[in-house]
Design a protein around this ligand. Sequence first.
Ligand SMILES: O=CCCCC(=O)O
Length: 453
Amino acid sequence: MKEYQTKNPYTTEVVDTYTEDSSVEIESKLKKALAIESSWARMEIEDRCELLTNVAELLIERKEEYAALMTQEMGKPYAQGISEIEKCAWACDFYALNADDLLADEIIDTDADESFISHDPLGCILAVMPWNYPFWQVIRFAAPTLTAGNTALLKHAQNVTGCSLAIEQLFLDAGYPEGCFQSLKAGHEEIEKLIANDGIKAVTLTGSEKAGKSIAGTAGKHLKKSVLELGGNNACIVWEDADLDQHINTMVTARMQNTGQSCIAAKRFIVCEDIYDAFLEKFTAKVKSLKSGDPRNEETFIGVMAREDLAEELQKQVNESIKKGAKVILGNMRNGAYYSPTILTDVTIDMPVFIEETFGPVAAITKAKNREEAIALAANSRLGLGSMLFTEDIDAAMNIISNIPDGAFFINDMVKSDPRLPFGGTKASGYGRELSREGILEFVNKKTVYIKK
Ligand SMILES: O=CCCCC(=O)O
């Protein structure tokens, strides 16, 4: 059986050694999920919501422990880990409070005496999740999906296996029946086999475009629904009238939080020329002030990247862009998994840092002649997760909402997820939505009921 280790990217120490689940173990987990399926689906929604409230309470109780685990496994700065766990608790509270309404029958007026849409659970849903937000990515799937009456199997990224197992235990400790939420230590081949199994009713994946194509391809072949949340190459558009003093910190956070390893981070800064110099000065000063260091320290804002190979890959994208004419204003220094916050200017549309997603602390800055050019540059991407625009001219900003072909458009704030709002992308960023009403309705049978009395 295949063994693997998890490694602390900051200290480079081995955290733990695991053995992948065998086919037999995976099948037995699926059987457990199927055994609980109908009783879980029939449980009163109030009871499922109560269990979710327990999860929220446990998350808050254990936030230090879970934040430290994320720091250890993928180098997340500890304070940002605490915020992540608090956000997970918020999502659980949101669904515990609202799931009943969100899942209520939707009455539709027709020629029937009564007609409505009911929302039945689908069954066992497979989730394939990434390492960058080890708890949040899972909870934002699991909270609505389980509360809708489904069961779940989680295949988490290998480097955060400890987090994956901690989440499984969290649901058990909160009182969920065994089999309701289980964690798998499975390789790609086993996952492909699992998707083909009749017991799996749908798949959700947050991850790379390559993984999305592969998982969704298998799901499609077996006529199973998939939800994909893939990469992003979000533009942060700065019009000439933006209030830099008010928003520069937000713009820096939008790029640098989680050491830049976020699908919705601001990656391409597209700045109108009339404000360009002032923007660059303030942006650079703020980035310089960010504290890099040991992710275990509460004051650290920039930790290490989750793995050394990821930092190497990022540096390659930067160096290729430099060859094409990008200028380094700050950073581009690497030491193991540490990659220093980097600012590149003179970025053009043919450079890797403009075309590709950069999953680390690199801000790629492009100057635009005017507002129109800035919008056109922002929309020039294969990816479509979100864009943000900073301006004092809210009317003009509202007028261009439909010119932004992304899943989200934020004016005077960074693109961020919120349990009350749908989250997801267009184009190569994937399809389907997480969170909010849209998220809880992704994995239900929207059943048409038509009654003549
Ligand atoms: O890679 C995606 C990160 C999403 C982070 C968030 O929801 O805030």
